[in-house]
Ligand binder design. Sequence first.
Ligand code: NAD
Ligand code: MG
Length: 391
Amino acid sequence: MAVSDTVRTVTILGSTGSVGTNTIDLIKRSPERFDVDTLTGNSNVELLAQQAVEVGARHAVVADETLYGALKEALSGSRIEAAAGRGALIAAAQRPSDWVMASIVGAAGLAPTLEAVRRGAIVGLANKECLVSAGALFSGEVSAAGARLVPVDSEHSAIYQVFDFERPERIERIVLTASGGPFRERSRDSLTEITPEEAVAHPNWSMGAKISVDSATMMNKGLELIEAYHLFPVPGDKIDILVHPQSVIHSMVEYVDASVLAQLGTPDMRTPIAYALAWPDRMPTPSPRLKLEDIATLTFEAPDPVRFPALRLARDALNTGGSAPTVLNAANEIAVFAFLQRKLKFLDIPRVVEECIAALGRQNLDTLDDVIAIDTEARRHAQALCEKIAL
Ligand code: NAD
Ligand code: MG
């Protein structure tokens, strides 16, 4: 039977976020293709319950266990089962389904995503932080379980679509494109008093607060460099970053014969989400169609490592290996959160990350418990640094 003739059972980890709501939007437009088993959210029980009713989910899980009563209340009158707490989130990922969207933000997504991986699901991977944090150990679990990761990050979706996995030795390099974020043309001095509102206002993409700040510091591209290293069999020094402010070319793969293959589209996350949702088939989306004649000009420039030190920090962490990417990710999450709470200045985000990596040094990561221990230690250290630096 062709894949398009089958109904895919779906779990969405993080359905109430930006990627999650776009995924729900696509499922509602093609209900004949999907049977939604479970939706999860952190705290927005009203939206979670509404989504669960709209797509006919069987289970809804809120990670904050104090909200069990509120979720139950919001679902009253439906036959949808409510559950709450970290254990329920893990159980949601373990419940059988063909396809799992991993769209929880940050390292909090690691444990549930791993559960989906371990039961061999097809995982639409939006949560780049879990791959950055757990790296080769995460990939090892994917191979051991025979799971399939289909990237949702637009750049990695683009590469996945043009990458010859049968002949990776024929690939000369990968070019990850970057919009450059909202401060691409600003001087470094003018970035000192940036507010959270300015930082989350991305010029091309509408996304959650954390990734929007990461795009503004360009740490997002640094995390994506490490993500690409783990998703595609190419060495880190063959992954380049190119600023392309229009976000039309979503990334490129250059072959040994100098051919460059790229995937293009308007900047609408529903396109890469649909690619993962339907993989290996394709499904329609309402994403605006690309009209190059209207855009007329595509521009490119090299990234500026002086104004955006996060790129250098991420590349160094990738080269250092071991625990360095885990610390980079954990320290960045803490610093971004402090910035969003107005407890840290914008330019101090990479500073906290750099000082944290220098202070903690490199350790080997032999088990996932090592990852969790180092992640916890790095968060504690970064928190103390944020308090010391404070405004
Ligand atoms: P978001 O903040 O909008 O949504 C995050 C989701 O995770 C929400 O459903 C929230 O309830 C849930 N969540 C947050 N903390 C949690 C916790 N501790 N436990 C359980 N659930 C928790 O984020 P987003 O923009 O949708 O991004 C999600 C992930 O996808 C991130 O890793 C991001 O880097 C990646 N990504 C996002 C986009 C985008 O367009 N938004 C693009 C590429 C990659
Ligand atoms: Mg991206």
